[in-house]
Design a protein around this ligand. Structure first.
Ligand code: PMP
Length: 334
C-alpha cells in the first residue's frame, strides 16, 4: 500500500505503509529483524510499550499521553539495564516521524521495544544483564477501537500475578508476559474474553493487559500499586476524568474477588482496551449484567478526550504535524 506524504524536507514521496524505526533508522518492516542469538529472545530481557495515536475530531492525528508512556518505557528499561539511547522527547519525535513516514491518518497503535541484543566482546554466554548490547525498535500499525461497548465476560484466573519480589511488576518486561499469556489462554479456552489475575495475597491485581475498577456506592475502587499491578496510564486517565468531569472520587484499596462480584459496575482500563465494561465475572453477572451508567459516562468522556474534542485535556495529545508544518526536525532521528 502506498500513498503520498510529505517528507521532512517538505517534498512529497511515496510512503511505504509498513516501516519500522530499527537500530537508528527507518527501514521496511520486513527488514526489522533480529538473529536467533538475540538475548531478549532467549531470556525475555526486553521492555515495551503500547501507545495509541488517534484521528482527531478536527482532522490530523495525535499521540495520546506519549510522553507518559515513554517515561514508563525508560523506567522499565533502566530496570533491565537497557540504555535506550534516546530520552522521552526524542522517542516522541521518532514516533511522530514514523507515523508521518507510514502516512498514518487513522487510529494507529505504536509498539516501542527495547531489548538486550548480543554479548559484548569478552562476555561469556549466560543469563545476565551486563556485558550485553542494547537495541531499540518501534513499529506501528493501524488499529481502531476494539472496545466492546456491550461489555466483556472475564474469568478469575488460576494463574496468579507474580509479586514484586519475583518479577519487577512495575516494568513492562517482555518475559513477564508469559504469565499474562497463560491467563488469557486459560480464560479463552473456558469461553471468556479475558482474565482477571489475583496477586499472591489473593487480592485483585489486574486483568491480562489492563487495570481493574469497581464502582461501589457511587465511588470508584481500584487496587493500589502494592497489589502488584502495572501502573496504567489509562488508569490514571480514568481516575482524573472521573474526578474532574463526573465528580466521582477513587479509593485505592484492595479488592477481593467477592468485592468484584458484589460491585455495582466493573470496568477495565488499558491503552489497547481503552475503557471496557465487564458484565460477567466467572459466570455471574456484574450488577444488572449490562454496562453501568458510570462506566458508560466515563467511556464517553474518554473517547472525547482522546479525539481532542475536550479542550481541557489537549496537553495529553501530541499532534503529528505534517512535515512542512513542523518548526524544526530533531537531529539524528530522521
Ligand atoms: N496491566 C498490564 C499488565 C498491561 O500490559 C497494561 C497495558 N499496558 C495495563 C495494565 C494498562 O496500562 P496502560 O493503561 O498504561 O496501557
Amino acid at each position: 500500500m502506498t500513498s503520498a506524504v510529505a517528507t521532512p524536507t517538505g517534498a512529497t514521496a511515496p510512503a511505504v505503509a509498513a516501516l519500522a524505526y530499527h537500530d537508528g533508522e527507518f527501514v521496511p518492516l520486513e527488514q526489522a529483524r533480529v538473529p536467533v542469538t538475540t538475548q531478549a529472545l532467549q531470556y525475555g530481557t526486553g521492555v515495551f510499550e503500547g501507545i495509541r495515536a488517534y484521528a482527531q475530531a478536527d482532522g490530523g492525528l495525535a499521540v495520546f499521553r506519549g510522553r507518559d508512556h515513554y517515561l514508563r518505557f525508560l523506567r522499565s528499561a533502566r530496570t533491565l539495564r537497557i540504555d535506550v539511547g534516546l530520552d522521552a522527547e526524542q522517542l516522541s519525535e521518532v514516533t511522530a516521524e514514523l507515523l508521518r513516514r507510514i502516512g498514518a491518518s487513522e487510529d494507529t497503535y505504536v509498539r516501542p521495544l527495547a531489548y538486550k541484543r548480543s554479548l559484548l566482546p569478552g562476555t561469556p554466554p549466560g543469563v545476565q544483564l551486563q556485558g550485553v548490547s542494547d537495541a531499540l525498535s518501534i513499529n506501528a500499525f493501524r488499529m481502531g477501537s476494539y472496545t466492546d461497548r456491550a461489555g466483556i465476560r472475564v474469568a478469575i484466573s488460576s494463574w496468579r500475578r507474580p509479586e514484586s519480589g519475583v518479577l519487577p511488576v512495575r516494568a513492562k518486561v517482555t518475559g513477564g508476559y508469559v504469565n499474562n499469556a497463560l491467563a488469557v489462554d486459560e480464560a479463552r479456552a473456558a469461553g471468556y474474553d479475558d482474565a482477571i489475575l489475583l496477586n499472591s495475597r489473593g487480592q485483585v491485581a489486574e486483568a491480562s493487559t489492563s487495570n481493574v475498577f469497581a464502582v461501589v456506592r457511587g465511588r470508584l475502587v481500584t487496587p493500589p500499586l502494592s497489589a502488584d499491578l502495572l501502573e496504567g496510564i489509562t488508569r490514571d486517565t480514568a481516575v482524573t476524568l472521573a474526578a474532574d468531569l463526573l465528580d466521582v472520587g477513587t479509593d485505592f484499596t484492595d479488592l477481593g474477588r467477592d468485592d468484584l462480584c458484589n460491585a455495582d459496575e466493573v470496568f477495565l482500563t488499558g491503552t489497547g482496551a481503552e475503557i471496557v465494561p465487564v458484565t460477567e465475572i466467572g459466570g455471574r453477572p456484574v450488577g444488572e449484567g449490562t454496562p453501568g451508567p458510570l462506566t458508560t459516562a466515563l467511556m464517553t468522556a474518554y473517547h472525547k478526550v482522546v479525539r481532542g474534542d475536550d479542550q481541557r485535556y489537549r496537553h495529553w495529545l501530541q499532534p503529528v504535524r505534517p512535515a512542512a508544518a513542523r518548526p524544526s526536525a530533531t537531529g539524528g532521528t530522521t
